[in-house]
Ligand binder design. Structure first.
Ligand code: B3K
Ligand code: ZN
Length: 852
């Protein structure tokens, strides 16, 4: 059980040994790859034993300074004693890439070899100091058969290659930048190659290469364009240039996450590379641009300056998400990108922050590091960087970035080092702000406002409440609170950012003729919850007139959520449901507003999901919520039927992502309310030349439970059965169906020829999407939804623990549900806990949930 024990940040010790260089010789065979690792070690703490990490390795030999050396094999470690201050260590191991279904370390994806080493996968390749604060330069020799493996890739620059007997060949790569082993990568296979180049601001020429599965070259262009845009943007906005002569991206179909920023050799999930208009939606195109950007931006924030230990993960991830969000906002719609980021926090991160896996953006203890690649570390981490940006402003923030790189280039550092650079460069005191790194949970701001007509004084009393997750003795946070005040007829009177720092704080504003309308926490200036008694007319004013487009969207979310909760409560009290006519009028005004970006209008008229609604309250009567939401949706659609249809018709044929977004939002609303003519869906399905429209039509038919739904699903399947990424969309639609046959349909589909439990994309589409995005069926009163997920978790536990632990999330977030549902969810978790070979990944999440 010792390996199930948590590691703690407070126990961090600098390594006793350092490694200056590593020569890695990898001789590839599917079931018996030979790895010879030769490292130059140094120590200033001579006499201490050397403990190297290793996992699933067959040890062949150990030599120190060229001679066989005694060793001891411990669980997960290789121990050497009596070592000199400087020595060379040669270790030979054998590994089994073909048998590796966990997709960590070296594995095979559709006949190609590839690696994934972050966080602790390098120890599955050789015994090593598998920790991010050990930085070495790497020279890698890869050897494989010529047939099937014409490309042999690793980090850095290609320095040698040649033919070998037995129809084999080799390539040698040299990476001059010292790096931790989690950034090591190796790929061997046969690919189509898209090539281009980029000239950096200082005039250096960089070769750009995107490797994709044979036959997919035409789908690699958007990724290449995105890469060049990213390189250009990072120079322009952050003054950061690329540093090697070559940048490679390889797309593989079997991949646990989105992509990986290995130095000079990114490995990507095909989902974030391959796209053409026939097979990828507008959202897919946007996702590719943002992930290509994210991985590229890691070259400075992550690779050149890396993390001292894994508790500091947000140092690179929060910052790099902030950078990719800024990139998307600078090259696309800032408002729409901001709305997407806010939705991730409110709909997913708030749930994590109040659930059993709650952790600060810098966790203090971890059992399985892979469980901490979370929306908290990434997305709340990015919000924390964004708050610093708000407090400092762009100029001082950039000065802070410059100082950070000047101080720490080539080092492995902490989140405190980052904040110190921001503080020192700006002269702004961030001492209280640092609490964001320590305290978990979402603070709530309770707001009461008041207007005194005689003096024309408006006041806001803000009290800050910290949740239990923040820990005992938690202190008030430093919260940048953006505020706009408007006149009742919608004129902007003032905009500012308040520094909320105390448990209770009062702000006064003078010179008003009448009570102003407040737009609070504008643009979500901090990741906190608001408790404030908004009135309908106030929200309608904000929806129409707030200067911030994001605030207009937010007002709409508030308006519609209030209507849904009022009806949820009415059902509980046995009263009739109603919808205030002003809500429909406000939506109508949005639909008819010709000035508004249609992509933004699409967001404003969309109804919050059930999961999003659940995050707004402390406990929910689930069936009433589903009923109330559906009622409001039907009422709205019925009220706006003419406008929705005519807006739809107006936008048909306009070839832009923005127009498609609004057109398909209108379609979705009509379909869900049962008001869409089948012929309209059918003709969009048949006439569409792009995946965005054909998928929207198909989704509409399915959501509207139309008679033609099955026929259209069948036609879609027949056309795309050999295109896995498109079949994923089909699996998602099937797992999202609302009828009671859904669990049995999913079981049947898991035997579909296009499905494989070994492929994470397939698992996420059919099983993960069911649990995370089909709450109506997942939370069925008979418990069949929970049972279905558990069945697949049991299978995945042995195959791919990382993916299993990711999709278990909806099952551990049970606290807001009724006792009966909670009981059924816990029974499933208990069943998992008794599995004989429960992985660390699942153990950590399941045991934390049950301990609640
Ligand atoms: N750094 C990787 C994620 C690694 C996840 C390991 N379980 C991708 C990224 O954030 O860019
Ligand atoms: Zn990242």
């Amino acid at each position: 059980m010792s390996e199930l024990q948590a590691k703690h940040l407070k126990d961090y010790l600098a390594p006793a040994f350092t490694i200056s260089t590593l020569a890695l010789d990898v001789n590839l065979f599917p079931n018996a790859t030979r790895v010879i690792a030769t490292s130059e070690f140094n120590t200033e703490r001579q006499g201490e034993p050397l403990l190297l990490d290793g996992d699933g390795l067959k040890l062949i030999s150990v030599k120190v300074d060229g001679k066989p050396y005694a060793y001891e094999l411990l669980p997960g470690q290789l121990k050497l004693v009596n070592l000199p201050a400087h020595f060379s260590l040669e270790i030979e191991t054998e590994i089994d890439p073909l048998g590796n279904t966990s997709l960590e370390g070296l594995y095979m994806s559709d006949g190609a070899y590839c690696t994934q080493c972050e966080a602790e996968g390098f120890r599955r390749i050789t015994y090593f100091l598998d920790r991010p604060d050990v930085l070495a330069t790497y020279r890698v020799r890869v050897e494989a058969p010529k047939a099937g493996f014409p490309y042999l890739l690793s980090n850095g620059n290609k320095v040698d290659s040649g033919e070998l007997p037995g129809e084999r060949h080799f390539v040698v790569w040299d990476d001059p930048f010292p790096k931790p082993c989690y950034l090591f990568a190796l790929v061997a296979g046969d690919f189509d190659l898209l090539e281009d180049s980029f000239t950096t601001a200082s005039g250096r020429n960089v070769a750009l290469q995107v490797f994709v599965d044979k036959g997919n070259l035409h789908k690699a262009h958007h990724a290449m364009v995105s890469l060049k845009k990213s390189m250009e943007w990072d120079e322009r906005r952050f003054g950061l240039e690329y540093d090697l002569d070559i940048y490679m991206i390889v797309a593989v179909d079997f991949f646990n996450m989105g992509a990986m920023e290995n130095k000079g050799l990114n490995i990507f999930n095909t989902k974030y590379v391959l796209a053409d208009v026939e097979t990828a939606t507008d959202d897919d195109f946007h996702g590719i641009e943002s992930v290509v950007g994210h991985e590229y931006f890691h070259n400075w924030t992550g690779n050149r300056v890396t993390c001292r230990d894994w508790f500091q993960l947000s140092l690179k991830e929060g910052l790099t998400v902030f950078r990719d969000q800024e990139f998307s906002s600078d090259v696309g719609s800032r408002a729409v990108n901001r709305i997407q980021a806010i939705e991730v926090i409110k709909n997913q991160q708030f749930a994590e922050d109040s659930g059993p896996m709650a952790h600060p953006i810098r966790p203090q203890s971890v059992i399985e590091m892979n469980n901490f690649y979370t929306v908290t570390v990434y997305n709340k981490g990015a919000e924390v960087i964004r708050m610093m940006h708000t407090l400092l402003g762009e100029e001082k923030f950039q000065a802070g970035m410059k100082l950070y790189f000047a101080r720490h280039d080539g080092q492995a550092v902490t989140c405190d080092d980052f904040v110190a650079a921001m503080e020192d460069a700006s002269g702004i005191d961030l001492s209280q702000f640092r609490l964001w790194y320590n305290q978990a949970g979402t603070p709530t701001l309770k707001i009461v406002d008041d207007f005194d007509a005689d003096s024309g004084r408006y006041s806001l009393s803000i009290s800050q409440q910290l949740p239990a997750q923040a820990g005992e003795g938690a202190k008030p946070m430093h919260i940048p609170f953006a505020l706009e005040l408007l006149s009742a007829d919608g004129k902007s009177l003032s905009s500012q950012v308040l520094d909320v720092k105390l448990a209770e704080q009062r702000f006064e504003f003078t010179g008003f003729d009448a009570k102003p309308v407040a737009s609070l926490l504008q643009d979500f200036s901090a990741p906190v919850k608001l408790e404030y008694d908004f009135g309908t007319s106030q929200l309608i004013t904000l929806m129409r007139h707030a200067s911030s487009e994001v605030a207009r969207w937010e007002a709409s979310v508030n308006l519609i959520s209030r209507a849904i909760w009022a009806n949820h409560d009415a059902l509980g009290a046995g009263e009739a449901m109603v919808l205030d006519g002003r809500v429909a009028d406000a939506f109508r005004a949005t639909l008819l507003d010709e000035e508004l970006d249609p992509a933004l209008a699409a967001r404003i008229i969309s109804i919050p999901s059930i999961n999003a609604l659940i995050e707004q309250v402390a406990s929910v009567s689930f069936d009433h919520l589903v009923h109330a939401r559906h009622y409001v949706l039907e009422e709205l659609a019925a009220n706006l039927e003419d406008e929705l249809l005519s807006k739809y018709r107006e936008l048909v044929g306009i070839d832009s992502p923005e127009a498609r977004a609004l057109k398909n939002a209108c379609l979705a609303m009509l379909c869900r309310a049962g008001l869409c003519p089948e012929a309209l869906v059918q003709s969009q399905f048949e006439q569409s030349l792009n995946m965005t429209d054909s998928l929207a039509a198909l989704a509409g038919a399915v959501a509207g439970e139309m008679d033609i739904a099955d026929e259209l699903l069948g036609r879609f399947e027949a056309r795309w059965k050999d295109t896995p990424l498109v079949m994923d969309k089909w699996f998602v639609l099937q797992s999202g169906r609302q009828d009671n046959d859904t669990p049995s349909r999913i079981r049947a589909l898991s035997h579909h020829p296009a499905f494989s439990l070994q492929n994470p994309n397939r698992v996420r589409s059919l099983i993960g999407a069911f649990a995370a995005a089909n709450p109506v069926q997942f939370h069925r009163a008979d418990g069949e939804g929970y049972k279905l997920l558990t069945e697949y978790l049991i299978k995945l536990n042995g195959l791919n623990p990382q993916v299993a632990a990711r999709i278990v999330t909806p099952l551990i977030q049970f606290a807001k549900f009724d006792a009966k549902r909670q009981g059924m969810m816990k029974a499933c978790l208990n069943e998992l806990l008794t599995l004989p070979e429960l992985s660390r990944d699942l153990f950590e999440k399941v045991s934390k949930a049950l301990a609640q």
